[in-house]
Design a protein around this ligand. Structure first.
Ligand code: AMP
Length: 300
């Protein structure tokens, strides 16, 4: 079974929805991703936390068999993000981002992680993504996620690392912003021209669209009556997508389409509770059940 290496944010989030709010809860792109991907293949995490990061939060990741051998603790504050959702719960408004120990951090991939076959460059500074990728000996599958914060501030670096990725995931708003077009179809095609062989555009409760050179694939979201906290949906989506590809150990169109369905199923677990609690509780059998239900939803 190939190993998945992830680099990305480990964070404390303050989250507000129209219905509820939480302060200082475990978040970060790498946390959500790992909690999903661990259901498919062994996960190795590279990241940085500050002095204020609770050991008990790292223990939650360890308890799910996520290898924290690449996580370092540095003097200073951990990454913090404050986000708010409107009534539609589809896109987050960032109220504040505090990079803390992530600013100026030089990622170091431990020797024992350098043989990782599958790499996920989760949402973080694109130069950190690139420097991490450069330390992996022979990555077979490289996926990348990003967000408006980096598209606005670090576009050149982002385009450089995107060109090295096999798969790029972005949400609708980010795809529009990156390509300067309202059309998701046009944006998907434009992103393919930047180098990756596949692009998955996440559309919140409307699911996701996959673009490759030869096809487009429209995947529904798993329907839920109640969404409590959309934070981390995108990262859990990536966890299911990359996890499935690692387990299948291939990235042909058929594997990619199935992987997108795994992505929407993992995202559905993530949004059922605040912080990582939803995806932390998920298990492979529950994922398999929702995959069957998703199939039945679109069968004629
Ligand atoms: P998602 O909802 O999947 O897009 O990801 C939400 C997570 O991304 C939150 O837990 C945040 O801590 C984290 N996050 C927010 N902004 C950034 C950023 N600029 N760089 C890295 N991680 C971020």
């Amino acid at each position: 079974m190939p190993h998945i290496l992830v680099v990305g944010s480990l964070a404390y989030d303050d989250v507000e929805t129209p219905f509820d709010r939480r302060r200082e809860v475990l978040g970060g792109a790498a946390s959500y991703f790992s909690m999903a991907a661990r259901m498919y293949a062994p996960v190795r995490l590279v990241g940085v936390v500050g002095e204020d990061f609770a050991e008990s939060d790292l223990d939650r990741l360890r308890a799910r068999e996520i290898d924290l051998g690449g996580v370092v603790r540095e003097p200073g504050r951990s990454f913090r993000w404050l986000g708010r959702y409107n009534y539609e719960l589809n896109t987050a408004e960032t109220i504040n981002t505090d990079l803390g120990v992530f600013s100026g951090w030089e990622p170091r991939v431990p020797d024992g992680f350098r043989d990782s076959e599958v790499v996920f460059l989760a949402n973080i500074h694109p130069e950190v993504q690139l420097r991490t990728l450069e330390q992996i000996r022979e990555p077979r599958i490289v996926a990348l996620d990003t967000m408006n914060y980096w598209i606005e501030r670090e576009r050149a670096a982002l385009l450089t690392v995107m060109a090295r990725a096999d798969i790029v995931t972005v949400n609708e708003a980010e795809a529009r912003q990156l390509c300067g077009t309202h059309s998701i179809i046009r944006a998907g095609r434009e992103i393919l021209k930047l180098g990756p062989r596949a692009v998955a555009i996440k559309r919140g409760e409307y699911g996701a669209v996959l673009f490759t050179r030869d096809r487009t694939f429209w995947a529904p979201a798993f329907p839920l009556e109640e969404v409590r906290d959309p934070t981390g949906a995108g990262d859990a989506f990536a966890g299911g997508l990359v996890g499935h590809l690692a387990r299948a150990d291939k990235i042909d169109d058929a594997a990619l389409c199935t992987a997108v369905l795994h992505g929407t199923v993992c995202a559905s677990f993530a949004v059922e509770d605040f912080s990582v609690a939803g995806i932390e509780k998920a298990e492979a059998e529950g994922v398999a059940r929702r995959m069957r239900e998703l199939g039945a939803l679109v069968a004629i």
